[in-house]
Design a protein around this ligand. Structure first.
Ligand code: MLT
Length: 263
């Protein structure tokens, strides 16, 4: 078991005032993913966007990065910043898996949940094998091969051709993930528990945001979570794939702003 990361070493952005919102990025990304939200929502929220261990500017250490361990890092991070007000936890994809772990362990410090481009199910046997295959690719060909494999599936079909600068920026963001970080996250995601059984017991205002053209997590996963979580709302973002907050920030920000101000 690796030592818990010191929260003081965790790279993060802390911007804005009001309702604290913990923004948890996906894999293999970092807090730069949240730039459009950090720039637009500071008038209603204190946006806290850390880099998970092994990602972005946070130090890498040997994995696996279990979802509970990542949730513990975030809990220590909030403690280190002296955040006592209940937080909205907003996780994208792997960040959503971490948000479920955070809910299981630290629901008492939450007052809202935002699940975006994510799923509650654990990996299928095929998906688990795919994680091991990706780890092998990384060992043989480096992190750039992982990035090249994922990049075409992250955005809605057609967006990379229409917005080459966005596709290039995304590659740049992903390439900041260390090899150790990729391996740690792959193992953590592979072994994560199924969160489907807790959905019916989630007793927090919940917003689900999903890109209409998500090629990594099908929209049906979001619809199933909405049906299972009492009172959950689902916002489907048009002209967006797996990263709706980057691809269609106006629609995403509007949905998130409305949720935050309704609490
Ligand atoms: C992510 O975007 O965080 C990952 O694609 C999630 C996954 O691989 O399950």
């Amino acid at each position: 078991m690796p030592d818990p990361i010191s929260p003081f070493q965790m790279a993060y952005t802390d911007r804005g005032q009001g309702q604290p919102v913990l923004l948890i990025h996906g894999y293999p990304l970092n807090r730069l993913l949240w730039q459009p939200q950090i720039e637009a929502l500071g008038d209603v929220a204190r946006l806290l966007a850390p880099d998970l261990r092994g990602h972005g500017d946070s130090p890498a250490m040997a994995g696996p990065y279990g979802m509970d361990l990542l949730a513990d890092d975030l809990n220590a991070f909030l403690d280190a910043l002296g955040v006592t007000r209940p937080v909205v936890v907003c996780g994208l994809s792997m960040g959503g898996y971490v948000a479920f772990a955070f809910y299981r362990k630290y629901a008492a410090r939450m007052n809202g949940l935002v699940l975006t481009a994510t799923r509650s199910a654990a990996d299928s046997p095929e998906a688990r094998a795919g994680r091991d295959q990706a780890a092998e690719t990384l060992r043989q060909r480096g992190a750039a091969a992982i990035v090249e494999g994922m990049a075409p599936r992250l955005l809605a079909p057609g967006t990379a051709a229409e917005k080459p600068e966005l596709a290039a920026r995304l590659r740049e963001i992903m390439l900041k993930t260390s090899a150790e970080g990729v391996l740690g996250a792959l193992a953590g995601m592979r072994d994560r528990p199924d969160s489907t059984l807790i959905l019916g017991r989630i007793a927090l205002p919940t917003l689900i945001i999903h890109g209409l053209h998500d090629q990594i997590v099908p929209l049906a996963e979001a619809q199933a979570m909405q049906a299972a979580i009492p009172g959950a709302r689902l916002e489907v973002i048009p002209v967006a794939g797996h990263l709706p907050n980057l691809e269609n920030p106006e629609a995403f920000n509007q949905a998130l702003r409305q949720f935050i101000t309704s609490l």
